[in-house]
Design a protein around this ligand. Structure first.
Ligand SMILES: *[C@@H]1O[C@H](CO)[C@@H](O)[C@H](O)[C@H]1NC(C)=O
Ligand SMILES: *[C@@H]1O[C@H](CO)[C@@H](O)[C@H](O)[C@H]1NC(C)=O
Length: 301
């Protein structure tokens, strides 16, 4: 393994020759090396295996140490695949297997035609109050430091909600537009403020488009021949691995702000000041931006 340089070989060969008496046994090239190992100039070679052992030991210790100390090993799967949110505590690693029932005319509590019970089904999930986000969680979730605060009568923190709530609201909004005779308020908005109406619906369509692309559901959809239909019909009755929505809803329900009866949660604060943007900020935590504090809310709002 350790090559003997020709000059060294020449130097030590005489030593071998001196033990010529048992030369037949010891005078082999390998003995030359043994002799060298026992001499001063061979000390470097003697230390090399030890150094290798030490280096290997350090490497193994490091690798094993990392394996046991790695905090990621304790991290739940949902945390690995999600950005931090306090609501993640309600999301279990044990996903549920749910078979969607999307047969063409499958009855659903949320499907049309609209009725009081259909609206009640939607409103259960789209009519919740605000969350109170703590200062610590605002920072961990990259919220703007100028985020709107919860009125002090209600709590200490920032006004927030979770994305599924917004996304469901958007589905509800878009679906309502298909029944203008039932949702007369929404239909009136279309007539009276078409720009605002479009802005809201475009925003909802964009929200859902972005969410769908983000999740990129990779389930494959086979088709069936169905009597009376010309083309093979895609069968969307697929199994899905789903988060426990009831648990997510329960978490939100329990974390809703609890304003005193009749209290207006969403009015600009009368005192204590607040920061007002010209437009919604894009940068997390407004790096480098300073939004001046408004002293007082305008009298009429
Ligand atoms: C799925 O929907 C169909 C109606 O299209 C209904 O007959 C059936 O009972 C539903 N299946 C389940 C498991 O809910
Ligand atoms: C906050 O920003 C940091 C830095 O860009 C990023 O690593 C982290 O994932 C973000 N967290 C959230 C919840 O967006």
């Amino acid at each position: 393994m350790w090559k003997v340089r020709p000059s060294e070989k020449a130097q030590y060969l005489p030593v071998v020759e001196e033990t010529e008496s048992d030369g037949m046994l010891s005078g082999r090239p390998s003995d030359v090396q043994i002799q060298e190992d026992c001499n001063g100039s061979g000390r470097g070679l003697l230390w090399s295996p030890w150094m290798l052992h030490i280096i290997a030991f350090i490497c193994y210790s490091f690798v094993f140490g990392m394996m046991y100390r790695n905090p990621q090993s304790n991290e739940r799967c949902v945390e690995k695949h999600s950005l931090y949110s306090p609501a993640l505590e309600a999301v279990s690693d044990d996903y549920k297997l749910v078979r969607f029932n999307l047969s063409a005319i499958s009855p659903s509590p949320w499907a049309g035609p609209p009725s009081a019970s259909v609206d009640a089904a939607w409103q259960k999930y789209t009519n919740l109050g605000a969350l109170v986000l703590s200062e610590e969680d605002l920072i961990r979730t990259n919220g703007s430091r100028y985020s709107a605060k919860v009125p002090k009568e209600v709590g200490d923190g920032y006004i927030a909600h979770v994305e599924w709530y917004h996304q469901l609201h958007c589905v509800y909004m878009l679906w309502q537009q298909t029944y203008p005779e039932w949702y007369t308020e929404e239909a009136k908005m279309r007539e009276e403020e078409p720009e605002l109406w479009h802005e809201h619906l475009d925003h909802c369509a964009e929200t859902l488009r972005a969410a769908i692309m983000c999740h990129a559901d990779a389930n494959v959809v086979p088709s069936n021949w169905v009597k009376g239909r010309h083309w093979p019909h895609p069968n969307y009755n697929l199994d899905h691995k789903c988060r426990d929505f009831d648990a997510a809803y329960q978490w939100y329900y329990e974390h809703q702000a609890n304003p005193p009866p009749g209290f207006e949660m969403f009015a600009r604060p009368e005192e204590g000041g607040y920061s007002e943007y010209d437009d919604l900020p894009f940068d997390p935590f407004d790096k480098g931006t300073v939004v001046p504090l408004k002293e007082k809310a305008p009298k009429t709002e």
